[in-house]
Design a protein around this ligand. Structure first.
Ligand SMILES: NC(=O)c1ccc[n+]([C@@H]2O[C@H](COP(=O)([O-])OP(=O)(O)OC[C@H]3O[C@@H](n4cnc5c(N)ncnc54)[C@H](OP(=O)(O)O)[C@@H]3O)[C@@H](O)[C@H]2O)c1
Length: 405
């Protein structure tokens, strides 16, 4: 992809005016007012970015609705951005409003197309989001505002019925598990249901657990702050209060990066791993505090690979991320205690487990989940309150979860 921008070489005072060429297609004009009294004749550079983002997501919506043979008549996407006060004035927030018109258009399908574009396909919004801008999508279909994640309130209605049923069938309370589409997270969701929890599994890809104590998996990408806030708001609207939040979502390194070591690391590798393993955990903890019950627990899945006794030059970004998680649990627990929040925060090591992340793991996901089930079983839960802030490891010999010193 290659574009070239040329100055029109017009004398001052005029707009500062440019035209931009691309490899194929018409030129576009770009202009910036150089004094209050001149009329602006074209979008400024940042407006071009917003126009590009609106066009990029519009392509996804139009193409997918056409493939679904939906009677789309009109589509507009408005992007309203707020910039930082200080230089460089980057976007800090953006409201992206999709307005869709079509007689008899299927609302669920429209919402699904917006979801897909926003979470998967739209490269421009993903780039802007990665720069730290908080993007909020809003959908209006035939002049009515629609919840993108629950367009016909089916999930809310189902959740309400399930919550009611679970109040009698889940003596251990409600647990939400992140990254439960596979590996330890999926096995843990099943095990916690056996331990008498009502489980809300969350993931980026939908999976079916087929167990009455496990609700449908809800969408959560922990590397996306909108996704975290949106899920918390949805659960809050439905009066969900959690007894346990297990933050399990994690990655080892960028695909194809071949486990870079400390002296080979670059920004994108570090950012990629930290966005999920560290920032995702910190942001989820901050946002989800609001829906935690009194005397509840936030448990962070860390790893002994982040502990000093396992130091090695290999897998630097992963080790550093897990060391940070363990320290964050300590810091957060100390603050929670100081402020009498009645939330215990711990981190723990799930064992060396054979999964996509660790194909050479020594134990099965079922074995790891069964040990984790012990840790959070009603009979042991008081030990966690005592271990606030600690990093816990399973002691195979004594069959106990012990703090690592
Ligand atoms: N396996 C081990 O030996 C071992 C040892 C110590 C610690 N751990 C930790 O245990 C946790 C689970 O690991 P695992 O071995 O089960 O790995 P896994 O099989 O690769 O599963 C990782 C899970 O995290 C999810 N995930 C990744 N990025 C996410 C994001 N941005 N938002 C939401 N979910 C995301 C994945 O979901 P998608 O389907 O969306 O990708 C998947 O469900 C990780 O935190 C890992 O660091 C594992």
């Amino acid at each position: 992809m290659k574009v070239k921008t040329h100055w029109y070489a017009r004398p001052f005072p005029n707009n500062w005016e440019f035209y931009s060429t691309c490899e194929e297609g018409n030129n576009i004009d770009i202009a910036i007012k150089n004094d209050e009294n001149t009329a602006k004749i074209a979008p400024n550079p940042k407006e071009v970015i917003l126009q590009g983002m609106a066009a990029c997501t519009s392509v996804d919506i139009v193409s997918n609705l056409q493939k679904m043979r939906q009677p789309l008549q009109k589509l507009s996407v408005e992007c309203e951005a707020i910039q930082n006060e200080t230089l460089p004035k980057v976007f800090k927030e953006c409201l992206m409003t999709y307005k869709v018109t079509g007689e008899n258009i299927n609302i669920e399908r429209v919402a699904y197309c917006v979801q897909l574009s926003f979470t998967k396909y739209c490269g421009v919004s993903a780039m802007i989001e990665k720069s730290g801008c908080f993007i909020t999508p809003k959908l209006i279909v035939n002049e009515k505002e629609i919840d993108i994640w629950d367009p016909e309130n089916k999930i809310s209605n189902k959740l309400q019925n399930w919550l009611q049923a679970m109040s009698k069938k889940a003596p251990s309370g409600f647990v939400l598990v992140t990254g439960s589409s596979r590996g330890i997270g999926a096995a843990m969701a099943k095990q916690l249901a056996k331990e008498g929890y009502a489980v809300i599994p969350t993931s980026r890809s939908k999976i079916n657990f087929d167990h009455e104590n496990i609700f449908d998996s809800l969408y959560l990408d922990v590397s996306n702050s909108f996704s975290i806030l949106n899920l918390k708001e949805f659960l809050k609207r439905n009066s969900v209060k959690l007894n346990l939040l297990i933050q399990n979502a994690g990655i080892s390194s960028l695909e194809n990066s071949d486990d870079l070591n400390a002296l080979d690391l670059n920004f994108s590798e570090i950012r990629h791993v930290y966005e999920t393993n560290v920032f995702g955990i910190i942001e989820t903890t901050r946002v989800f505090q609001e829906i935690m019950n009194q005397n509840s627990i936030i448990a962070l899945v860390s790893s002994t690979m982040g502990q000093p006794e396992r130091d090695s030059y290999l897998n630097a970004s992963y080790r550093m991320s897990k060391r940070t998680v363990t320290q964050f649990a300590k810091q957060a627990a100390l603050q929670s205690e100081m402020e009498n929040k009645k939330i215990s925060i711990i981190s723990f090591h799930p064992g060396s487990v054979k999964t996509d992340l660790n194909p050479g793991g020594k134990i099965s996901v079922e074995k790891s989940a069964s040990q984790i089930g012990e840790l959070f079983s009603i009979k042991n839960i008081h030990d966690i309150y005592k271990n606030n802030g600690q990093f816990l490891i399973y002691n195979e010999k004594n069959k106990t979860w012990d703090p690592s010193y």
